[in-house]
Design a protein around this ligand. Structure first.
Ligand SMILES: *Cc1c(COP(=O)(O)O)cnc(C)c1O
Length: 381
């Protein structure tokens, strides 16, 4: 079990997100060591977590930023990311967002459709600018992850279908206000089996070779993010195996001299440094069941309700040597507002604090005000 500063938790209003910045620091160091001397550039996917304390460490580590909205671009600029290192992805960029991104001279648009490409060209022309664009390709690869977080299949809304890529490339080449900067891929999230990435490398090699034979070269290949974390054993595996992940690309992707390889990692950088701390309100006896009713709900951490995800649950204040079995549930009027069924915990009482582990990614940032609940606060150390 991780060490929590329990004394500093006492008296705080629950629920709140706790971030262990020491672990985030160690994780970023491990990432840098795994990159080593390779021509790899890592961008942080802001959508995983934009807590200012988290962003500050990521900026200090020298990463770029992968943004999916005007709000994220603004947060990235305010946090100190270099605009050139900000890439803008997303299947539905609005006119106002494109305008804002151009005005702030971000590094690149990751473009997901032909009509979007036309709009960016038009808006760049109006500003007498040349916009860097990377084409997001839908490589039709099954990432073997939950169907709500797979993104690289033909049936998904993301990316430009392989059949239409030639048209998109041709449009970039004849449009003076577009600079074709690279190709972009992102096949899904919470990917723990690295095989889909190997398949992705092979597919990219073939595509790049096909275009090279036509004299078309890409400065940047961007393979997205998606590396998974160990939700079952956050203390056993607090830092993802970045080296094994990068090695798949080192061993399987043919990079031309001078060509850069970009990654966009979100979850794997920040998930393990965060926990949602919640207080037990009541222990209720049901028929053949005990419910530990806590003051955090799906409004504070939606992953279990949205993706059937499970976060490891620990009672961090009970000193009891005996255990019991509980369903840990929140207060929201939805049956999916449940963090765990049949959880074995030390004897749990009203007032105990529970930690929902590995909640640093897609946790606080997805909190909402349903039931007119206040948003959770955060505490960093
Ligand atoms: C969400 C997203 C990422 C980050 O995904 P993780 O699974 O958190 O690493 C990277 N790139 C794109 C385009 C995304 O949409």
């Amino acid at each position: 079990m991780a060490k929590f500063p329990i004394d500093e938790f006492k008296g705080r209003i629950t629920p709140f997100y706790y971030y262990d910045l020491g672990l985030l620091h160690t994780t970023l160091d491990a990432l840098k060591a795994a990159v080593g001397q390779s021509p790899f550039h890592v961008h942080y996917a802001l959508k995983a977590n934009t807590n200012p304390a988290v962003l500050k460490l990521v900026v200090e580590a020298g990463l770029g930023a992968d943004c999916v909205s005007m709000g994220e671009i603004r947060a990235a600029i305010e946090a100190g990311f270099n605009p050139e290192g900000i890439f803008f992805a997303g299947v539905g960029k609005s006119d106002a967002e494109i305008d804002y991104a151009l005005a702030n001279r971000i590094g690149c648009f990751n473009v997901e459709s032909l009509p979007e490409l036309e709009l960016i060209a038009e808006m760049a022309a109006d500003k007498s600018m040349v916009a860097n664009v990377a084409l997001r390709v839908n490589p039709n690869i099954d990432a073997h992850t939950h169907h709500y977080i797979t993104t690289g299949l033909e049936e998904n809304k993301f990316g430009i279908a392989l059949e239409m890529l030639d048209d998109a490339v041709a449009l970039c080449l004849r449009q003076p206000n577009l600079h074709l900067y690279g190709l972009h891929f992102h096949i899904g999230s919470q990917i723990t089996d690295l095989e889909p990435y190997r398949i992705l490398c092979n597919r990219i090699n073939k595509l790049v070779a096909d275009y090279a034979s036509k004299g078309i070269r890409f400065n940047v290949l961007n393979v997205g993010g998606g590396l998974g974390v160990d939700y079952d054993d956050p203390d056993g595996n607090p830092i993802p195996n970045f080296k094994a992940f990068f090695d798949v690309f080192r061993e399987n992707l043919d990079l031309a001299p001078g060509q850069q390889l970009h990654f966009e990692l979100g979850r794997s950088l920040v998930a393990q440094c965060g926990s949602l701390i919640t207080k037990v309100l009541y222990v209720k006896e049901g028929v053949g069941k005990k419910f530990a009713i806590v003051d955090a709900g799906m409004t504070d951490l939606i992953r279990p309700a949205l993706y059937q995800a499970h976060h490891k649950i620990e009672n961090i204040t009970s000193a009891s040597a005996t255990t019991d079995v509980y369903d840990v549930v929140g207060p929201i009027c939805e049956s999916s507002d449940c963090f765990g069924k049949d959880e074995t915990l030390p004897l749990t009482r009203r007032g105990d604090l529970l930690a929902l582990r590995s909640a640093g990614a897609y946790g606080e940032i997805m909190a909402m005000g349903y039931n007119m609940r206040p948003l959770p606060s955060s505490f960093v150390r």
